[in-house]
Design a protein around this ligand. Structure first.
Ligand SMILES: [Zn+2]
Length: 492
């Protein structure tokens, strides 16, 4: 029975891979003429995958005697049960229609963003939100429908817990940003806007991925509007970036970020990798890994010292006056900005708070779509003191809502907090920044692999963090990290 069950789950995994491949193709240059047909395929496959998860056959597996299961089977059973219980009242054809809508929406969003035209995206967004609210109702979510969405990305997460988490971050970050803006040191980082051709930036991407230990036999990099990572097995993990000629640091940090995600996938244990548990423990644990490499490692002085020579050699003589220290400061300019993915480590979480507040308004309070751009701008003023000049630099900047990913954004801020906690305890075991300075990241990745990566989704986020650090998530590791790093950079 157990092996029959695992074989049944393999079908779901196979359909998931096909969906991920279509999504990859859609995002990396498939011709626009094929959008409606691809969206239809996407809808049909998503419906098939969903049907497997809520079918009578699945119910039989879940009701069968469960003795003698190994850990992999037991956790797979538990996860399947959780999904079944939550989604069994949703008709599969709704999932098909919804996913067809999503298949079309991403390109609608891309065009709307390029033209900074929210009105052209509004009808698709309106429909996505209606579906989200309908699913929350059918799933029998009592009280707060946003909690159901949060739980999809981070098991056990609630609005109540996040309100407390964000208010703790806010207490440290808002006054620190204020202090820095009043009396922080001023750096001239204008050199970072000098043009760097995409061809040069591609070489830098390769250099960074090699440095982090990305296995090119088991992965590749392409370009897309919004950088992301996807995988079909641990032997095929793909990332994307987006090259901006006048801002090479944008892709630099996207590549470090996505490579962090990719290392997680490439290092999942063999016995788990090809099952439905061959993925991250949760979105926020996944984000903790991307942010660990992007920020903790990639925005450290030691990292810049170690890659400086190779990066400057690629950038060429236009950058010969730039020092490692200049690059370090340019990567850590703590000041409010409009674009989340280009923001610094200190103000980043404020961008997440804006989205968290928006999603609560949309999902809990049913705020009309037409009011969202103005609401976005109001929240940006409240949290970052800035007003976006247009919607491309405001509400249209992120891909997530066009993919129906409501409840996802908080994972980024939780990921930052997990990353800081992992660093605190990793430093007790190995000399982290001495290794970074030497360019030897292997022991760091080994530490993360043994405590996090290898387990895939066999463990819950809570089990992962307690296993790695001996404690549940505690946001003060992150706030302490920010205080000490940014006081040293900006205020001393
Ligand atoms: Zn990420």
């Amino acid at each position: 029975m157990a092996s029959e069950f695992m074989a049944y789950l393999d079908k779901s995994k196979a359909i998931g891979n096909a969906l991920a491949l279509i999504h990859w193709d859609m995002s990396t240059g498939a011709p626009p003429g094929g959008i409606p047909a691809r969206a239809k395929t996407f809808g049909i496959l998503a419906e098939e995958q969903f049907t497997l998860a809520v079918s009578g056959k699945m119910q039989e597996f879940l009701q069968a005697p469960q003795e003698g299961l190994d850990e992999l089977e037991r956790v797979s059973m538990r996860e399947s049960q959780k999904f079944y219980d939550s989604w069994k009242n949703i008709p599969p054809e709704d999932i098909g229609k919804y996913n067809e809508l999503l298949g079309n929406s991403q390109s609608v969003w891309e065009k709307a963003k390029a033209e900074s035209d929210f009105a052209s995206f509004a009808p698709a967004l309106e429909q996505i939100i209606q579906w989200q609210r309908r699913f929350a109702t059918l799933r029998g979510v009592s009280g707060n429908p946003y909690d159901a969405l949060l739980d999809d990305y981070e098991s056990g997460m609630t609005t109540e817990k996040l309100d407390a988490f964000f208010s703790q971050l806010k207490k440290t970050i808002v006054p620190l940003v204020q202090e820095i803006s009043e009396k922080g040191k001023k750096f001239d980082a204008s050199f970072a806007k000098r043009p760097v051709p995409a061809e040069t930036q591609k070489k830098i991407s390769k250099l960074l991925m090699d440095r982090l230990g990305f296995d090119f036999k088991c992965g590749m990099i392409r370009e897309s509007v919004h950088p992301f990572t996807t995988n079909f097995s641990k032997g095929d993990v793909r990332i994307t970036t987006n090259y901006h000629e006048n801002d090479f640091l944008s892709s630099f940090y996207s590549v470090l970020h996505e490579t962090g995600h990719a290392l997680y996938e490439q290092n999942i244990g063999d016995e788990v990798a090809e099952t439905i548990l061959g993925k991250g423990a949760s979105m926020s644990i996944h984000e903790s890994q991307s942010r660990f490499y992007e920020n903790v490692i990639g925005r450290s002085r030691e990292f810049w010292e170690s890659v400086y020579g190779s990066v400057i050699a690629l950038l060429g003589k236009e950058f010969s006056d730039v020092t490692a220290e200049d690059l370090y400061f340019a990567s850590n300019q703590a000041k409010p900005s409009l674009i989340r993915i280009e923001s610094d480590e200190l103000t980043y979480s404020l961008h997440i708070m804006v989205r968290y507040e928006m999603e609560k308004e949309i999902i809990i309070n049913g705020r009309p779509v037409a009011e969202l751009p103005a609401l976005w701008n109001e929240k940006m003023r409240e949290y970052l003191g800035l007003t976006p000049p247009d919607d491309a630099h405001g509400i249209l900047q992120d891909v997530h809502w066009s993919q129906g990913s409501f409840g996802y954004f908080p994972s980024y801020a939780l990921g930052n907090a997990y990353a800081a906690q992992f660093l605190h305890f990793m430093k007790k075991d190995i000399p982290v920044f001495e290794l970074v300075k030497k360019g030897d990241l292997k022991p760091i990745t080994q530490w993360l692999t043994s405590k996090i990566h290898m387990h895939g989704a066999l463990k819950t986020p809570e089990e992962i963090v307690v296993g790695a650090t001996g404690e549940p998530l505690d946001a003060s590791y992150f706030t302490n990290y920010l205080e000490s790093k940014f006081r040293a950079i900006c205020l001393q």
